[in-house]
Design a protein around this ligand. Structure first.
Ligand code: ADP
Length: 443
């Protein structure tokens, strides 16, 4: 080994010009040997360390995240063992890092696909993470949210208290809060034990729809009770009057009985609407047949002409030739009746209600326009909801079921309904019906 090293050292030295320099310095023989030996020893150490430089280079690449780095080469068995260990370490680090990255992206995908807004905060209540739903809820991207104190993101004392209590006491805290724009959320703050700089997580579960449904249900009970109480009270008053002796006069008796009958009709109508809505909603088969839509419109409008006259509202029909449709004529007539009845109900005397009909690409459309007060844009998306009544119409007749019935009936026919309105400029309700099936006879 040693002679080989010396030779190698000398040859390396010659190649580098160092021996020439020593000889040229005129050193005595023993000094020259010592110098050569030292040089040889130095070069030998360089030679011995060369494989370690490969190891160091591979380690540097691994530290920089390149887990594909490997060392190879020949050498003593200790070196080979080092190479093998390093290569194994690089490969297992590589697969651990790949698994960690995979888990991170799975975790992020799960959090981002949640419909609940999720925020993670650190021990100082600064945002550390925000999922996609949180970005939507707070109208900021994650980059803007991260690092901000939570209270800057949402200045809601209830939730801030819940977060503080959860961090102080180490247990989950839950609050029901109303945020801007009539949005209701269940906010849950939970501590994360061992979560590093994620000390707590906040979940915002949207309850707006649930609250709205609950609101509508309560409204419905109130409306139906109101709708029933009024005619029932009238009937009771009529009966009491008759019992008290008014029935002895045939003319008065007839008048009172007629009033009681009208009240009974109101109750029957309400109950019928409720039953019909539940039938259409539960998908009862329609009595489908070829329908002449113009005739259906004509019949409904004729039934309401006396009402329009009594109210002093002009009622006109403008229909283009209509394509054949198939449908349940009685139910379609009720749809038109409902729309025109509403238009008349909300249009002041002197106003105008126009029923228009036509076709576009074989799809029949019917529109009922009025010159009434119009509908607030906030109420407009809700008018087809069951039992919905806008504030201004609470005292008006009707339980808020008419338009829900219109919508469900038209949709059961494969058509669509829509409403356009702006306050003070009247309203337009429109429905479309698909063309009759080709095999069916035209109507
Ligand atoms: P209702 O039996 O109360 O008329 P509807 O379902 O037919 O129930 O209508 C729901 C609500 O929509 C009404 O109470 C009213 O607030 C509003 N609305 C419906 N049609 C009109 C219209 N033509 N003009 C103004 N508001 C209307």
């Amino acid at each position: 080994m040693r002679p080989r090293l010396v030779l190698l050292a000398l040859s390396v030295g010659l190649a580098g010009g160092s021996t020439g320099a020593i000889a040229g310095a005129g050193l005595p023989g023993s000094a020259l040997v010592a110098a050569v030996t030292a040089t040889a020893a130095y070069l030998a150490s360089l030679y011995a360390l060369a494989p370690l430089r490969d190891v160091a280079a591979a380690l540097r690449r691994i530290a920089a995240g390149d887990f594909a780095a490997r060392v190879s080469g020949e050498g003593p068995s200790e070196l080979a063992a080092l190479h093998e260990s390093l290569n194994r370490m690089a490969s297992s680090l590589g697969s651990s890092m790949a698994t960690a990255a995979q888990e991170r992206s799975r975790f992020a995908a799960v959090l981002n696909s949640s419909v609940d807004a999720i925020l993670a905060v650190d021990s100082e209540s600064r945002v550390r993470f925000a999922n996609a739903a949180a970005e939507r809820l707070f109208d900021q991207v994650e980059g803007e949210l991260v690092g901000k104190p939570f209270v800057w993101v949402l200045a809601n004392q209830e939730i801030v208290n819940a977060l503080q209590a959860c961090q102080r006491e180490g247990g989950s805290e839950e609050r029901l809060v109303e945020l801007a724009g009539r949005q209701y959320f269940q906010a849950i703050a939970s501590p994360i034990a061992g979560g590093g700089d994620w000390s707590a997580v906040l979940v915002f579960h949207d309850l707006t729809e649930v609250q709205r449904a609950e609101h509508t249900r309560r409204d419905f009970v109130a409306n139906v009770s109101h709708e029933l109480r009024t005619p029932l009270a009238s009937i009771k008053a009529v009966l009491e009057t008759l019992q008290a002796g008014a029935g002895a006069d045939p003319a008065i008796a007839r008048d009172f009985t007629a009033r009681a009958e009208a009240e009974v009709d109101r109750i029957v109508q309400l109950v019928e609407e409720l039953l019909e809505l539940s039938r259409v909603e539960s998908g009862v088969p329609l009595a489908m047949a070829p329908v002449a839509l113009a005739e259906v419109i004509g019949r409904a409008v004729d039934r309401l002409r006396p009402q329009a006259k009594a109210l002093g509202v002009e009622l006109v029909v403008n229909a283009e030739p209509l394509p054949p449709v198939s449908g349940d004529a009685t139910r379609l007539e009720r749809v038109v009746l409902n729309l025109v009845d509403n238009a008349l109900k909300f249009t002041p005397a002197g106003g105008r209600v126009e029923v228009r009909a036509g076709a576009a690409a074989a799809v029949a459309w019917v529109e009922v326009r009025d010159t009434g007060p119009g509908i607030d844009p906030r109420d407009l998306p809700r008018v087809f909801e069951r039992f919905f009544k806008a504030d201004y119409s609470r005292q008006a007749a009707g339980s808020g079921l008419g338009l829900a019935l219109v919508k469900h009936t038209i949709e059961a026919h494969g058509g669509a309904v829509s409403a356009e309105s702006s306050p003070g400029r009247g309203s337009t309700f429109r429905f479309t019906l698909p063309p009759a099936l080709r095999s069916g006879p035209a109507g």
